[in-house]
Design a protein around this ligand. Structure first.
Ligand SMILES: Nc1ncnc2c1ncn2[C@@H]1O[C@H](COP(=O)(O)OP(=O)(O)OP(=O)(O)O)[C@@H](O)[C@H]1O
Length: 243
């Protein structure tokens, strides 16, 4: 069992607030790992450190055994790490196709021409159920399609490790099931996934391992059923959240 990512005693302080405190966990290569916890638990801050958006106050991040702590976001695409944002960030004035093609152009496939990038983008759009929307502007689509676009843009960079921040928020049960199947397919095609998610049904169905955070600390980790049946996890999180 090889780890693609190792988080070691990672902390982030914001002016005296310990948003993330001494968090240690690993992400197994080829698997789907879930990061769960209440609002404000420190999940997004952890993601922001893993993806280079924030520099950790202390601790280390190892990717394929290499120390990447504090590297800037622009190093990440070529390393094979891509992420989605909870607050989606499409290029508003570009079509869906051009949004995804721009991801492909700057991604690891090394396309030299826009034509090549667009051809690859069309393939990604087929696989993510967005092909029929390829000439739409992001603002003209509803949440499920915007979430898919965020995912498609990340996928277009050809990542080895994909970080997904609440891609199921705002989806109805049918859309959630579709998103689960899409994520499963992306994983089966060879991409390792670390996801933040509040929809426990999706976490239970997808994840091999779950890491639970609370008030900036890691509370526990294990197989989804173990973590979800932990009385303390039920008390501080599952009893209060809708799933
Ligand atoms: N840039 C920042 N400056 C100051 N405080 C911050 C900043 N970013 C996050 N925080 C604080 O850090 C704590 C952890 O926030 P974080 O967004 O990581 O939680 P989360 O687990 O992702 O929550 P959610 O499920 O709501 O997204 C919160 O108390 C938050 O207010």
């Amino acid at each position: 069992m090889e780890n693609i990512l190792e988080i070691k005693e990672l902390s982030k302080n914001f002016k005296g607030l310990k948003a993330v405190s001494d968090v240690t966990f690993s992400v197994e290569k080829g698997a789907i790992t879930g990061l769960i916890g209440s609002n404000g638990a420190g999940k997004t801050t952890t993601f922001n450190m893993i993806s280079g958006v924030l520099v950790p106050s202390s601790g280390k991040i190892l990717y394929n055994g290499k120390d990447i702590t504090g590297l800037k976001p622009y190093h990440y695409t070529s390393m094979g790490i891509a992420r989605t944002f909870q607050i989606m960030k499409p290029l508003k004035h570009m079509t869906v196709l051009d949004n995804v093609a721009s991801g492909a152009l700057y991604g690891r496939k090394g396309y030299q021409s826009t034509k090549q990038a667009k051809e690859y983008a069309e393939e990604i759009l087929q696989n993510t159920g967005l092909y029929d929307k390829r000439y739409c502007l992001p603002g003209d689509m509803g949440t499920p399609f915007k979430k898919r676009l965020e995912l498609a843009r990340a996928l277009a960079t050809d990542p080895e490790l994909l970080l997904l921040d609440e891609v199921m928020a705002g989806l109805n049960p049918t859309e959630t099931d579709e998103a689960v199947e899409l994520i499963r397919k992306i994983n089966e095609d060879g991409t390792t996934i670390l996801l933040i998610e509040h929809v426990m049904r999706a976490v239970a169905s997808l994840c091999k391992k779950v890491v639970m955070m609370h008030h900036g600390e890691k509370i526990t980790e294990g197989m989804p059923q173990e973590v979800m049946n932990d009385p303390y996890v039920i008390e501080i999180y599952l009893g209060k959240e809708e799933s």
